[in-house]
Design a protein around this ligand. Structure first.
Ligand code: ADP
Length: 518
């Protein structure tokens, strides 16, 4: 009953629509510097700024987590309160407003303390919050209501990951009756297939949608409610964060069970490599590092960063010893098991130093802590989330490790290129699209910018690292020229933002054609 009333209320208001500008609302569960656990936050904090520069009228919407409230960003409480039906409850929320740093891109924050005033975003002590489906069903409904309440013109909602997967379904099922919402297109961006928002079937009640949608072609996945699948099925377009990953996820094992659903939607599925915000990730202006440097003077600046990093991680300060750095979520995906094997093998045979920063699965955290305790002169590990340290690892290391089992895009290798730290990566997903292995041919062509290996094994990783180490130790001129190539490459959003703009236009056209034919 309440539900029907809200739908009718929604139908009464009419957000104005600009005929000329492209109006986009980016819905995300993370955006820098408000709330971050990984690359999603970097993307949703920086892509909108570049979109706005190229003329897209863009806003962002995010839950007002405790992290947001304590982020130090200025937050304006809007006099906008609303009630939403979630299961058999009526849940209240409020909208806050801020802007993305150094821009006038508005960011709206959905406040509900019961759901979002918590120490973490999704999980604590290795366990997901039990009400995650409810929290993000509320957020998804709030995104749609915010459009009406803010009188916001929107041509397309850019949804990101499972937390926003319900939005395309709500648009197509519930809001389709509203003439102002019916034209709004949706794009579903998949940042990582391994996180799908799988919940027990009774959570279907929280979505407010009819059980008829709980079938294997729409919202159901082996007896569970799957919110990523829901987004994929109902969105007008789907993309992921690199062309290689867009291909990989259409088959096993990268599709993580949704390969069939994705191949069926292959005609509307594409890949766009993420960009880097060089106003932030740039050694020429980075205040977190010991010495700033550019592609022209890195040979002066980088040694100071290396020395400071060795000190910070308690390792001997020797400029000649190669330093291998790694930063990341300590999840199975990231290849920490391979790294531990190689470290154990190498500590006895050569004088490489290893510097690792990350947080995540308790077994990985303790394995790496033990390695650091066992080999304190060669292995430095910090189990914490600290952006300053992450930048110092990027700047002070000689090589940057990303031996991922899979990697949708990966941002750290792009940061490494800018910081003149050559990536050693597994040839998968976005790593394959961005890192060109230093083969003799690639070196001759001037395209080599790192080292890569194919097979997921410590043997293959060691072989690539050996090649990198050999070049660093025995052919510094060649090494330096690779660093020059890496630092001069442009992986900024300038490259990719116009691809997003085109994809938005294409999605809006798809929606228009679908409406015409229905
Ligand atoms: P993913 O999104 O899978 O975690 P990405 O490489 O795309 O991987 O992005 C990871 C982002 O998270 C980078 O900005 C990286 O610097 C940051 N990050 C990961 N772990 C940490 C940490 N412990 N401290 C600081 N930053 C971190």
């Amino acid at each position: 009953m309440i539900f029907d009333t809200l739908v009718i209320l929604s139908a009464m208001a009419s957000p104005p629509r600009s005929e000329t500008t492209l109006n986009v609302l980016v819905a995300s569960s993370e955006a820098c510097p408000f709330a971050k656990t990984g690359g999603l936050a970097d993307v949703c904090g920086s892509l909108p700024i570049e979109l706005s520069r190229i003329g897209v009228d863009v806003s962002v919407i995010l839950p007002a987590y405790r992290h947001v409230m304590e982020s130090g960003m200025p937050l304006e409480e809007l006099p906008i309160h609303f009630d939403l039906p979630i299961g058999n409850k009526v849940v209240s929320g409020q909208l806050l407003k801020s802007t993305l740093p150094n821009s006038d891109v508005p960011i709206y924050l959905v406040k509900n303390d019961e759901y979002f005033d918590r120490p973490e975003l999704y999980r604590e002590n290795g366990e997901d919050y039990r009400d995650n489906c409810e929290r993000f069903a509320f957020f998804s409904r709030a995104v749609l209501e915010a459009i009406r309440l803010l009188n916001m013109p929107v041509d397309l909602i850019h949804c990101n990951d499972w937390q926003t997967g319900l939005i395309p379904a709500l648009l197509n099922i519930e809001y389709i009756a509203n003439p102002e919402y019916e034209k709004i297109a949706s794009l579903m961006t998949i940042h990582n297939m391994a996180y799908q928002g799988n919940f027990w079937h009774w959570d279907m009640l929280l979505t407010g949608l009819d059980w008829k949608y709980f079938n294997m072609h729409q919202m159901e996945f082996y007896g569970h409610l799957n919110l990523l699948k829901t987004g994929i099925v109902f969105a007008d377009s789907i993309n992921t964060v690199s062309p290689r990953y867009a291909e990989e996820i259409q088959s096993q094992p990268m599709g993580c069970g949704l390969e069939g659903t994705l191949s069926e939607k292959a005609d509307v599925l594409s890949g766009i490599v993420n960009g880097v915000d060089y106003e932030k990730w740039n050694p020429a202006i980075d205040k977190h590092i010991a010495s700033q440097y550019t592609p022209n003077n890195w040979q002066q600046g980088k040694p100071a960063c290396k020395k400071a990093l060795q000190e910070e991680f308690g390792l001997p300060c020797d400029p000649q010893i190669p330093v291998v750095g790694m930063v990341g979520r300590m999840a199975d995906q990231k290849g920490f098991d391979l790294v531990a094997d190689v470290i154990r093998d190498w500590v006895r045979n050569n004088d490489t130093q290893w510097i690792i920063l990350g947080t995540g699965e308790p077994n990985h955290e303790s394995m790496l802590r033990e390695l650091a305790a066992e080999f304190p002169h060669k292995v430095g590990v910090k189990v914490e989330f600290c952006e300053g340290k992450a930048r110092r690892v990027e700047a002070g290391s000689d090589m940057f490790l990303m031996p991922s089992l899979y990697e949708p895009c990966g941002l750290n290798q792009l940061y490494s290129l800018k910081y003149g730290t050559l990536p050693v990566v597994r040839n998968t997903g976005g790593l394959a699209d961005t890192i060109t292995d230093a083969t003799p041919d690639a070196i001759a062509a001037g395209t080599a910018n790192g080292f890569s290996f194919k097979e997921y094994s410590s043997f293959a990783l060691a072989e690539a690292l050996e090649r990198a180490r050999d070049m660093y130790v025995s052919d510094r001129a060649q090494w330096n020229s690779l660093v020059d190539t890496a630092m001069q490459q442009d992986w900024s959003w300038k490259r990719s933002a116009s691809d997003y703009e085109n994809l938005y236009k294409l999605s809006i056209e798809r929606k228009r054609l679908a409406l015409q034919s229905s």
